[in-house]
Design a protein around this ligand. Structure first.
Ligand SMILES: [Zn+2]
Length: 405
């Protein structure tokens, strides 16, 4: 494993952009089949060394984009909205954002009150499971409840994930509709002692919530009770029981749980007590779904919905290099999210070593593209597969539509 230092970033970035950044599929993605002159009206923003931040950049074509990135060597690229006019005309009185992918941002920070394995910027395969559950729940909701198909999932470079919903319908949603989608998906707002508690009323649980319960059930005991040890301390027990609104039941449960010492034994005592009351018909109506509510409380995706709501909100581009970790913001396949680990994501310094190693051992130095010599190859293939799927929709587009303007 190669080490990455922040100071070496500026030395390595020119090589990364020249030899590894997948400009061709990247342009095909953001060009959207050249729909309505999309690409030229797109805002890009660059963060240069010394935190120089430039907004409202735009490019006429792939060539211009490439040349500017080679020249500026941005340490970060953000993608903004597609405006009604070219971002070069940002001072025009009618200048306003018209379209953008619907985006979601999930960050481990919002799980800091439940995860016990790491804190701050740290991350490991145990707490990453919160991201796995978040990805599965959100991916299913976006596809099944909203009918979206073209979802680009990207590792955010450190300890979170982004989702870009790229369907034409999603891109044309106005702010209000984005807010409505985001709020529909926001069942939990960060923290176990949060303001909005999960409440599931009655026997008919909403299908979207039921689907989330089914997903979380597969992970909850192993991930929260055992690995995160959420009931391992009395503080953890108090936090856990904070989700029980009924004072009497909470006191009862407190006594039951504290008869045991391990997190798993306490969880089993909780289940036994609640199930026992239910069987005797002594569990109040509002507590009927308590077990499911608590599981959701701990694992339902915690969204930063302000990112989703605003049409003009910028989001870090896929394939950026995270300046602190050197990790590449690689796309991943949501169907295989369980196999994705933030600990094995390609690091810039490692990629450069891989190119050098390949070139020293092979005669095909010139004929093989550099990215194919490295571990970024897999991520580029995932990205290209996504772009090809998107391009299928342009082919299906009726002729009258594509000639509209
Ligand atoms: Zn961890």
């Amino acid at each position: 494993m190669s080490s990455f230092s922040e100071d070496s970033l500026t030395d390595m970035l020119p090589l990364y952009y020249k030899r590894l950044f997948p400009f061709e599929p990247y342009f095909r993605w953001l060009n959207y089949g050249n729909e309505k002159g999309y690409f030229v009206r797109r805002e890009f923003s660059f963060t240069l060394v010394n935190d120089i931040y430039i907004r409202f950049k735009s490019f006429n074509d792939l060539d211009e984009l490439e040349k500017d990135i080679y020249k500026e060597r941005p340490v970060k690229i953000d993608i903004g909205a597609v405006y009604n006019l070219s971002p070069r005309e940002k001072n025009h009185p009618n200048f306003s954002p018209s379209e953008k992918e619907l985006v979601f941002d999930i960050d481990m920070t919002d799980y800091d009150d439940i995860r016990t394995c790491c804190s701050g910027a740290d991350i490991c395969d145990k707490c990453w499971k919160f991201m796995v559950v978040a990805c599965k729940v959100l991916d299913a909701a976006l596809r099944e409840d909203f009918g979206f198909e073209h979802l680009l999932w990207v590792f955010s470079g450190r300890r979170g994930i982004h989702c870009w919903v790229c369907d034409a319908v999603a891109r044309s949603l106005p702010d209000k509709a984005r807010g409505a989608v985001a709020e529909y998906l926001q069942v939990v707002t960060g923290g176990v002692n949060m303001t909005k508690k999960v409440n599931i009323f009655g026997d008919q649980v909403h299908h979207s919530i039921q689907r989330a319960i089914n997903i979380t059930k597969k992970y909850f005991v192993n991930m929260c009770i055992e690995e995160q040890d959420v009931l391992g301390t009395s503080k953890g027990v108090t936090q856990f029981l904070g989700a029980v609104a009924d004072d009497h039941l909470r006191d009862e449960l407190q006594k039951e749980l504290m008869k045991h010492t391990t997190s798993l034994d306490r969880w089993n005592a909780f289940l036994a007590h609640v199930t026992g009351l239910k069987e005797k018909g002594m569990l109040k109506k509002r507590n009927q779904n308590l077990v499911d509510e608590i599981m959701l409380q701990y694992t339902y995706p915690r969204l930063d919905i302000n990112v989703s709501k605003g049409l003009n909100h910028l989001l870090k581009s896929p394939f950026c290099v995270h300046p602190k970790t050197g990790k590449i913001c690689v796309p991943f396949n949501p169907k295989l999210v369980e196999k994705f680990s933030p600990l094995t994501v390609p690091v810039l310094s490692q990629l450069i070593e891989e190119i050098n190693e390949h070139d020293s051992k092979n005669d095909d130095v010139k004929s093989v593209k550099d990215y194919k010599k490295t571990s970024i190859y897999k991520s580029v293939v995932i990205f290209e597969t996504f772009v090809r799927g998107l391009e299928e929709t342009f082919k299906k587009r009726p002729v009258s539509n594509s000639m509209e303007f």
